[in-house]
Design a protein around this ligand. Structure first.
Ligand code: AMP
Ligand code: MG
Length: 486
C-alpha cells in the first residue's frame, strides 16, 4: 500500500471530520462491485454502516477498521508556475479495499488545507461522481467514484452552498506532485521509496530494467500520453492540468471545471479562471508533455543514483522526447478507429485533421458528428450527415475523400458501423445535463443524478428512451461560467 511507505514527514495521520446527518445521493454499482460491497435492490449498500464510513463519520465497519486514515503532502506547478507545497487539503485516504485505495474527498481540514475549509460542495461533488464513472464507461483511464453522500452542512463559496463527500477509488492516488514535493525538499529517500512502491505495485515491467527509475519515468510518461490521447478522442477538456492533478498511473483525476466539447471549438477553454487558455482542448497534449518534464526534473536525483557519472538530466531529456511520437501514435490509432478505418493509409492524419477543422469551422457537435459518421455509406452518394455542417461544399468535399478512403477497407458498411458505434459514444456528460442534475439536487431531488448515472454507464448503447440526452445544448442551455470554485 502506498501509504504504508509514506512517513509522517510527508503525511498527516488524521481522521475525517464528521459530516452532520449524512444521506445517500448515489452509489456506483460497478465501483461497489469492484471493491466487493454488496448492494440491495435499492442500489445502496446492504450493510448500513457504510453510510457513516463513506461520510467520514466512522472508521469502523462490521468490526473492521480503517485504522490510519491519512492526508499526504504533494507540491506542484499551477498554471505554469511553481506553487510549492499543496497536498491533500480535503481528501483523506481511509485505507485499501481489494487493491483499491479508498479516499474521501471533502472530508474536512488537514495540515494541507491552507486557506480552505476542507469541504467540497454538492455541485462539484456531483460533477466528480458522474464524470469519473462516465469516463470509466467510455474506456478512459480514470480514478473511480464509489459514492456520493450529502449533508445540510453549510459551506461558503461565492454563495452559501451545502457540503458533500465523494468517495473515490484508485489503485493509487500518487501524483506527479508527490515526486516534485520530495525533490523540492531534498527527500531523496522518500523519492526512492515511492519509485520502488510504484514499480513493485503498478509497473512490474520496470523491475527487469538495468535502470528501473528511468524505465519508470518512461512508463509513467507513456501512460499519460495514452490518457490524454483518449481525452482528445471524446472531446474531454480537463480544465486544470496542473502537475499536482496528474496521476502517476496515467489516470484522469481531480475533476473540477472540466467540460466536453459540444459545438466544436478546438481552442475551447472550459475553465473560466484560465483566461489565457493554457489548458484549452487543443493544448492538452503539449501541456501533458510539459507535466512530464516536471516529473523528469523531479526524477533527476533518482536517475543520478542509478547511473552515476552520467548526465541524468540529459538522459531524462532524451526519454521525454518519446512523449510526442507516443501520443501521436495513440491519437492516430484512436481516430482511425473513430473514422471506422481498420487499415493504415499515408494520408489518414490529414483526413482526420481536415475533419476536425471542418467541425471547428462549423461549430458542429463533437460527439454527434462522430457518432453519426457510422451511417455514411461507401457508395451511396447522399448522406444526412452533411446537415450538421453549414458549409455544405466543404463537407461534401471531405465526404468524397472519406468515401474514397473507405474503398480501401474490406469491411461492409454494416460491419464498419457496428465497430464505430463501439468507439464513438452516443452519450457523454454534457455540461448542461450535469447542470440540470445539480439544480434539481440542490432542491433535494436526486432523480436526475441517478438517471444520468444510468444513461452514462452505457454510453455506446442507443437507449431510445433517452434520445434527448444525446442532443447538443440549445443556445440558452450552454453553461459558460465554470470556475475552479468547488
Ligand atoms: P484543486 O484545484 O481542487 O486540485 O486543489 C488544489 C489544492 O487546493 C489541493 O491541494 C487541494 O487539496 C486544495 N483545496 C482545494 N479546495 C480546498 C478546500 N475547500 N479546502 C482545503 N483544501 C482545498
Ligand atoms: Mg487537485
Amino acid at each position: 500500500m502506498a501509504f504504508s511507505l509514506i512517513g509522517d514527514d510527508t503525511c498527516q495521520f488524521i481522521a475525517p471530520s464528521p459530516l452532520p446527518d449524512p444521506y445517500w445521493i448515489a452509489v456506483s454499482t460497478e465501483a461497489a462491485e469492484l471493491v466487493g460491497i454488496s448492494l440491495g435492490s435499492n442500489q445502496l449498500p446492504t450493510d448500513p454502516d457504510w453510510l457513516a464510513v463513506l461520510a467520514g463519520n466512522s472508521a469502523e465497519l462490521g468490526g473492521r477498521l480503517f485504522p490510519k486514515p491519512m492526508a499526504t503532502a504533494y507540491s506542484g506547478h499551477q498554471f505554469g508556475h511553481w506553487a510549492g507545497q499543496l497536498g491533500d487539503g480535503r481528501a483523506i485516504l481511509l485505507g485499501e479495499l481489494k487493491h483499491q485505495e479508498l479516499q474521501l474527498k471533502g472530508a474536512g481540514m488537514t495540515r494541507y488545507s491552507r486557506m480552505g475549509d476542507g469541504r467540497a460542495v454538492l455541485r462539484s461533488s456531483i460533477r466528480e461522481f458522474l464524470c469519473s464513472e462516465a469516463m470509466h464507461a467510455l474506456g478512459i483511464p480514470t480514478t473511480r467514484a464509489l459514492s456520493l453522500v450529502g449533508s445540510k452542512q453549510a459551506v461558503r463559496r461565492e454563495t452559501m452552498e451545502t457540503a458533500a463527500v465523494c468517495s473515490r477509488l484508485a489503485p493509487s492516488f500518487i501524483r506527479i506532485g508527490h515526486f516534485e514535493h520530495y525533490a523540492a525538499n531534498g527527500l531523496h529517500v522518500r523519492s526512492q521509496e515511492l519509485a520502488a512502491y510504484l514499480i513493485e505495485a503498478h509497473y512490474p515491467e520496470c523491475q527487469s530494467s538495468s535502470t528501473p527509475y528511468l524505465a519508470l519515468f518512461k512508463a509513467i510518461s507513456a501512460r499519460n500520453a495514452r490518457c490524454v490521447a483518449h481525452w482528445q478522442g471524446v472531446g474531454f477538456c480537463h480544465g486544470v492540468l496542473n502537475s499536482d492533478n496528474i496521476s502517476a498511473l496515467g489516470l484522469t483525476m481531480d475533476y473540477g471545471p472540466f467540460g466536453f466539447l459540444d459545438h466544436t471549438a478546438l481552442d475551447h477553454i472550459c475553465n473560466h479562471t484560465d483566461s489565457g487558455g493554457r489548458y484549452a482542448y487543443h493544448r492538452q497534449p503539449k501541456i501533458m508533455h510539459w507535466n512530464m518534464a516536471c516529473l523528469a526534473n523531479a526524477m533527476v536525483p533518482l536517475v543520478e543514483m542509478e547511473s552515476p557519472g552520467d548526465d541524468a538530466a540529459d538522459i531524462l531529456r532524451t526519454a521525454l522526447g518519446a512523449f510526442p511520437p507516443e501520443y501521436e501514435a495513440e491519437w492516430l490509432g484512436l481516430f482511425r478507429g473513430k473514422l471506422g478505418l481498420q487499415t493504415v493509409a499515408p494520408d489518414d492524419m490529414e483526413l482526420i485533421e481536415s475533419l476536425l477543422q471542418l467541425m471547428h469551422a462549423n461549430r458542429a457537435d463533437f460527439t454527434n458528428v462522430f457518432r453519426s459518421l457510422s451511417a455514411v455509406q461507401k457508395k451511396d452518394g447522399h448522406s444526412n450527415w452533411r446537415d450538421q455542417f453549414l458549409d455544405r461544399d466543404a463537407t461534401d468535399a471531405w465526404l468524397t475523400q472519406y468515401r474514397t478512403r473507405l474503398m480501401q477497407e474490406s469491411s461492409s458498411d454494416a460491419e464498419r458501423a457496428a465497430h464505430m458505434n463501439r468507439i464513438n459514444p452516443k452519450f457523454i456528460l454534457r455540461n448542461h445535463l450535469a447542470q440540470r442534475a445539480i439544480e434539481m439536487a440542490q432542491g433535494d431531488d436526486f432523480t436526475e443524478v441517478n438517471r444520468l448515472q444510468l444513461i452514462l454507464s452505457r454510453p455506446f448503447d442507443e437507449q431510445p428512451a433517452f434520445e434527448q440526452y444525446a442532443l447538443a445544448p440549445l443556445p440558452d442551455e450552454v453553461v459558460t461560467d465554470l470556475s475552479c470554485s468547488s
